[in-house]
Design a protein around this ligand. Structure first.
Ligand code: GLU
Length: 309
């Protein structure tokens, strides 16, 4: 008997449609989950596939309520004996955020693989079919059980925590941030996060620091959000004006780096209320902070959470 894989489709370029043969000028999130699967006949040789259309959108329009729905569906299906693994199809723009969210919230050892594409299904040479095939093969392989959510892209499989989109157009745009690789980080069944019963996540705003950046932005973000993530310069730095604005924040503040690579360390935090993001990129730090805020607002607790996930 072939493994049974549930493909949960959310949209993106992999389900994009445009002028036949063209790579650009298409609309993401058009083609249905079923058409996506039937356009890759090799999938049927690897697994018995069940398709679920969760939504069909440009991933820039992804929301917390869809994340919760997606994780809940995986959690419900994972309890059924007739599902052996999961594939989520997704737009590449925010794929890394969804993959990391699932990595922290799905409660299963069964393999969950997130994939997407840089070219629409109607392109002359789409990359979606190969990415999808690799995802289904990975989800169907018992070897990937218990390793946390994976991302399949351009012939490679890598962990969700380290997945990052690093290019606007290249076929291997979604890749692995090797400097963020920390195999001991907790995931899936080992996390303290429970999305069952949640309808929304706390709101977190990410602020990008640049020369002369207005400190009023920090105050605005803090009074209109449950938490703030700073994309600081270098190893998580900012001006003296931002420092005093951050120290006045009444909501938790996490400091990450705009450099795109390397750690931000707790011991270098200049504000006593700041939590270092470690090797998490700003958008991933926002995902973890949103989940962390469902449990605590305490700085010490947040430092613990950012140290283990
Ligand atoms: N903005 C689209 C999305 O993320 C296109 C990017 C893609 O899927 O490659 O859904």
């Amino acid at each position: 008997m072939k493994p049974r894989i549930a493909v949960l489709a959310t949209g993106g370029t992999i389900a994009g449609s445009g002028q036949a043969g063209k790579d650009t000028g298409y609309k993401p999130g058009v083609i249905s989950a079923e058409s996506l699967i039937s356009s890759v006949p090799a999938l049927a040789e690897v697994a018995d596939i069940q398709t679920i259309q969760v939504c069909n959108l440009n991933s820039d329009d992804m929301t917390d309520s869809i994340w919760i729905d997606l994780a809940q569906r995986i959690n419900d299906l994972s309890r059924e004996l007739d599902t052996d693994g999961f594939v989520v199809t997704h737009g590449t723009d925010t794929l890394e955020e969804t993959a990391y969210f699932l990595n922290l919230t799905v409660k299963t050892d069964k393999c969950v693989v997130v994939t997407g594409a840089m070219r629409p299904a109607t392109a002359a040479s789409p990359d979606g079919p190969a990415n999808l095939l690799l995802a289904v093969e990975a989800a169907a392989s018992g070897a990937n059980r218990g390793k946390g959510v994976q991302v399949s892209f351009a012939g490679r499989l890598f962990p969700a925590r380290e997945a990052v989109k690093r290019h606007t157009a290249a076929l291997d745009a979604v890749t692995m941030d090797k400097d963020a690789l920390e195999p001991g980080r907790l995931h899936t069944t080992s996390t303290e996060f429970d999305i069952s019963g949640l309808k929304a996540l706390p709101k977190v705003t990410v602020l990008y620091f640049n020369v002369d950046a207005d400190p009023a932005l920090v105050a605005y973000a803090a009074s209109n959000s449950d938490g703030v993530v700073i994309a600081g310069a270098g190893a998580g730095e900012f001006s003296l004006l931002w420092k005093s604005a951050i120290e006045k924040c009444k909501v938790p503040v996490v400091v990450s780096s705009r450099t795109g690579c390397g750690p931000v360390l707790q011991e270098t935090m200049v504000c006593p209320n700041a939590v270092a993001a470690g090797t998490l990129q700003p958008a991933k730090a926002a995902v973890l902070l949103r989940l962390a805020l469902t449990r605590t607002r305490d700085t010490k607790e947040l430092i613990r959470i950012f140290g283990i996930y």
